[in-house]
Design a binder for this molecule. Structure first.
Ligand code: FAD
Ligand code: DLZ
Ligand code: SF4
Length: 514
């Protein structure tokens, strides 16, 4: 018999569909899975994220054993943790006579770089296999991007719809339009009947992991309890079914709406499971498409949901691998302010920020518009440094991995890539948050006041942002209207904005409660 291959499976590769398993031989090969300090602390992940990954890894190892695989599982030992994945591989190789090592391409650039040196260090072949979960591989994305001046998501998405025959009616999009976003911006109204999220009760394995995380990572951000994420594929499929049945029909209408005490709204909460492998993107897409054809959910909801997964998710991954490693240090707007403590829960009088940070701490979750138009918008307008902001987002969300986090933060939120991803910065004044949420009703600031100590800080920060970035953004055709308004503003009004913004930012830098 040929020698066994050591097959390393990472904590976000928990699916049986990958070539690393489909091409393996359970009667010969050994699976390695390892909970290691390097991965748990390269940023100080939210406690819920570590618990999710460790518990899902342990359950996946059990699943593989039940299928006949030999699994070498290294559980986290808080007294003597293994430093890095490399060490786990090296130690395991020393315990057997292996022909080679195989691993699925890691999702983050830092690990890919590291693994490129493994073969030399281990003195053995290391095969890096493709990650077949994604619907657009690296080469296809590169070919799409080549020679294009602008890499707009919308055009990528249309090609993906055609290529994978999703929501298509022959050569045309179902319903005659590619994108129904304009119908997906309803403000929240009182009395919305929002279903509770699907809650899984922790089993023994998860309970053991929760105790471990509490002991080993006590200083990491975030509440560990209550913990109700799915940690097996079977449970994740239940979450998907629950979303399709209960939330999808209104996903579109209220996609951008924010309500106090309702972190989950009509969103899917599938990102946690998609990103660690418990769910496959194509099965989520097909389930939503079926719901449309069965008459269960309207087209604006189904198209909107599919666009997020088939469009945005695949597109940001393409951008990440196209532009790394340089993407990590881009800072087109020269923003350099340190992240203020309010992002870690220090008191703030800005109710929208307090609500979104509070929910992030509690759930390791905030929905897209909270991430983009509240937490992100503030980071953009206040000129926070991209590296600081990226690190925060990577830490605090249980679905965060650099490949998806960074293009959203550096590209969509901060415009740090100079407009590669977004055609204009998503900057907005308090009026947007007032329209799309109920946060302003309980805020010490007034969203309708433009200047002075009681004015919503987003209002003067918005105009000051445009003013101080006029050299970089003033010629952007999509900002022509606000720049025309700025040009028409009286000198007094303009200097009031500047003065209020300077006063506010000085207070922020001093660590005052703003
Ligand atoms: P839903 O709103 O139900 O959407 C369905 C799915 O579509 C998501 O699960 C996700 O897989 C995909 N999706 C939606 N929007 C995006 C997007 N902009 N980019 C990529 N995929 C998308 N998503 C992550 O998965 N990990 C991150 O670390 C992450 N960081 C973000 C940081 C910022 C600043 C912003 C603005 C967005 C970020 N997103 C990230 C995208 C999006 O906010 C989350 O995917 C979404 O909020 C997860 O919640 P959900 O599963 O309920 O998503
Ligand atoms: C996120 C994470 C955590 C917290 N811990 C581990 C771990 O101990 N072992 C492991 O194999 N993977 C872990 N992961 C997922 C990896 O960080 C992930 O594979 C890389 O960031 C690439 O996306
Ligand atoms: Fe946020 Fe301004 Fe509304 Fe207060 S008034 S909640 S700071 S948008």
């Amino acid at each position: 018999m040929t020698k066994p291959i050591l097959r390393l499976i990472l904590g976000d590769q928990l699916t049986q569909s990958l070539p690393i398993l489909t091409e393996g031989d359970p009667s010969r090969d050994v699976i390695l899975m390892a909970e290691v300090m390097g991965e748990a602390t390269y940023v100080r992940h939210h406690k819920k994220k570590i618990a999710l990954i460790f518990s899902a890894m342990r359950h996946f190892a059990d699943e593989l054993r039940a299928l006949g695989w030999t699994v070498h599982y290294i559980a986290y030992d808080a007294t003597a943790p293994i430093a890095a994945l490399y060490d786990a591989v090296e130690m395991t190789l020393a315990q057997g006579d292996f022909a080679s090592v195989s691993v699925t391409e890691p999702a983050e650039h830092r690990l890919m770089l590291e693994m490129a040196g493994w073969s030399d260090r281990l003195g053995r072949p290391v095969e890096i296999l493709s990650d077949s979960r994604f619907l657009c591989d690296h080469e296809t994305f590169r070919n799409w991007a080549e020679g294009r001046k602008q890499l707009r998501m919308e055009f990528f998405y249309r090609e993906m719809r055609r290529r994978h025959n999703i929501l298509m009616d022959g050569k045309d999009p179902v319903g005659g339009q590619w994108n129904y976003d304009a119908e997906n911006r309803k403000p929240p109204k009182d009395g919305l009947d929002i279903p509770a999220p699907y809650k899984l009760r922790p089993d023994e394995t998860t309970d053991a992991v929760l105790s471990l995380v509490e002991d080993a990572f006590p200083d990491h951000f975030g509440d560990l309890h209550p913990f109700h994420f799915a940690v097996t594929r079977a449970d994740a499929l239940e979450v998907l079914d629950h979303f399709i049945a209960e939330r999808l029909p209104r996903f579109g209408d209220y996609q951008d709406a924010m309500l106090t005490g309702e972190p989950w709204m009509y969103h899917s909460h599938l990102g946690f499971h998609l990103n660690c492998g418990l769910l496959l993107p194509i099965e989520c897409i097909r389930a939503a498409e079926r719901a449309y054809h069965d008459g269960h959910a309207p087209l604006n909801a189904v198209e909107g949901f599919i666009r997020q997964i088939l469009g945005w998710r695949e597109y940001v991954r393409g951008i990440y691998w196209l532009r790394m490693p340089g993407y990590a240090t881009e800072n087109a707007l020269g923003a350099n302010r340190l992240l203020p403590p309010l992002y870690w829960g220090a008191p703030t009088q800005m109710n929208c920020l307090a609500q979104c940070v509070g929910e992030t701490r509690k759930w390791a979750y905030a929905h897209h518009i909270q991430r983009l138009m509240v937490l992100g918008n503030f980071a953009l307008l206040a000129g926070l440094a991209p590296q600081e902001v990226n690190e925060w987002y990577l830490i605090v969300y249980a679905d965060a991995y650099e490949w998806v986090e960074m293009p959203n933060v550096s590209g969509m939120v901060l415009f740090a890539d100079g407009g590669l991803l977004a055609s204009k910065p998503y900057a907005a004044s308090g009026a947007y948050i007032n329209r799309m949420s109920d946060y302003c009703k309980s805020c010490r600031y007034s969203p309708t006041k433009k200047n002075g100590p009681d004015a919503c800080p987003f209002n003067y920060l918005y105009w000051d942002f445009l003013d101080r970035n006029a050299d970089r953004l003033g010629k952007n055709p999509r900002l022509a209207m606000p720049y025309r308004t700025l040009a028409r503003m009286s000198d007094d009004k303009r200097s009031a904005n500047r003065d209020d913004a300077a006063r506010f930012l000085r207070a922020l830098d001093r660590g005052d409660t703003v």
